[in-house]
Write a protein that binds this ligand. Structure first.
Ligand SMILES: *Cc1c(COP(=O)(O)O)cnc(C)c1O
Length: 359
């Protein structure tokens, strides 16, 4: 029987996992996955289709993706001397880092609650994972706990999401600087939400030999393309590049991302609107009785409802046609917490109306 063979050969830690669940969103207002709600102007779509017409899909992609990397360096303003490594989403870059550093007994460390892929990818790659709790009141770094965990585990890699997902906040820059200096191995700052934070730690790259900064085009509005980038010293990126599968960025993604970067103003305007809508939504959430909303520098807002009510509130929203993320099952600091992605003003209005009704 297959089952016996599976039990004998598939690693027990993999068998114990639940696969990364993506709920069916058909027919729903989708406010669960930090996507940009805006589409492109019609003329831009037509122009893009012209570009795609000329893409040679019978050929393998350019493995170095030089023109795309040039466009990215310019778009993000990477510091001189820094290079770029591309991933099929930043998830794939996390995987490359874990694969390159993994050895029995080595550790990957991140604050919690944090981005779930750090834990999952560590496990896939055979690294031990250590989650260090954030401060309960405001989700700031617990520096004593971080110092102690670094001392104790000597992690091969530390991941800091800036802003953090799912809490939405930026951590103190001086504290992050201290952690980079303390880290014996690599420290990766994951700036997936940079378009909404308007703050970045890219400028620290020249200061620390163990620092890499990660970005993605997903939250900017190109989640479907799957393109992430890692920025840092060529010494690190050259080694990580060896575990990259040769054609990881497909021809359609390369052509489309280059095209999109040439139309950056469109995305800048969209992210500006999302930031504006976030502030409005945060104000409305804060005013609701029985809700604690946490300030956010990303394109989502974490909020806490009355104890025991998260599942019911989430189901009522879904019943009304709005999908958000219930984080209560994760427990701990996320008990009774829900996370809503900032959508179009009209979508946010429907969400608020349903939420008011559900409370
Ligand atoms: C969404 C997210 C990513 C993953 O982005 P992809 O490039 O789409 O793989 C990485 N880090 C954080 C913190 C995220 O929230």
């Amino acid at each position: 029987m297959s089952r016996d063979l599976v039990e004998r050969w598939v690693r027990p830690e993999i068998r114990a996992l639940a696969a990364y669940g993506v709920p069916d969103a058909s027919g729903l207002i989708k406010l669960d996955a930090m996507e940009n709600p805006y589409t492109w102007p019609r003329a831009m779509v037509e122009e893009w289709l012209e570009v795609l017409r000329a893409v040679p899909v019978n050929r393998y992609p350019d493995p170095a993706a030089k023109p795309l990397k040039r466009a990215l360096v310019e778009a993000i303003g990477a510091p001189g001397g820094a290079e770029i490594l591309l991933g099929n989403g930043s998830d794939e870059l996390i995987q490359m880092i874990a694969l390159a550093l993994s050895r029995p007994g080595r550790t990957l460390l991140a604050p919690e609650p944090g981005f779930v892929m750090y834990r999952m990818i560590a496990l896939f790659a055979g690294l031990e994972y250590v989650g260090v709790p954030l401060r309960g009141e405001d989700f700031a770094l617990d520096m004593d706990a971080m110092r102690a965990a670094i001392e104790r585990h000597r992690p091969a890699a530390i991941f800091l999401a800036y802003p953090n997902n799912p809490t939405g906040n930026l951590w103190d820059e001086a504290e992050i600087g201290e952690l980079i200096a303390l880290a014996p191995g690599l420290l990766v700052i994951d700036e997936a939400y940079a378009p909404f934070a308007q703050r970045s730690l890219l400028h620290l790259l020249g200061e620390f030999p163990n620092l890499l900064v990660m970005r993605t085009l997903s939250k900017l509005g190109l989640a479907g393309l799957r393109l992430g980038l890692l920025i840092g010293a060529p010494e690190w990126l050259g080694e990580l590049d060896k575990v990259r599968l040769p054609y990881n960025i497909n021809v359609l993604t390369q052509a489309s991302a280059e095209f999109a970067l040439a139309h950056r103003a469109v995305f800048d305007e969209q992210t500006r609107r999302v930031r504006e809508a976030r502030e409005a939504l945060y104000g409305e959430l804060r005013a609701l009785p029985g809700i604690v909303a946490y300030p956010s520098d990303a394109n989502f807002i974490l909020f806490r409802v009355t104890p025991g009510e998260a599942g019911r509130v989430c189901a009522a929203l879904r019943e009304g046609g709005v999908l958000i993320k219930n984080l209560d099952p994760a427990g701990g600091a996320l008990a009774d917490c829900l996370r809503v992605t900032v959508g179009l003003p009209e979508e946010n209005r429907v969400f608020l109306e349903l939420l008011r009704g559900a409370l």
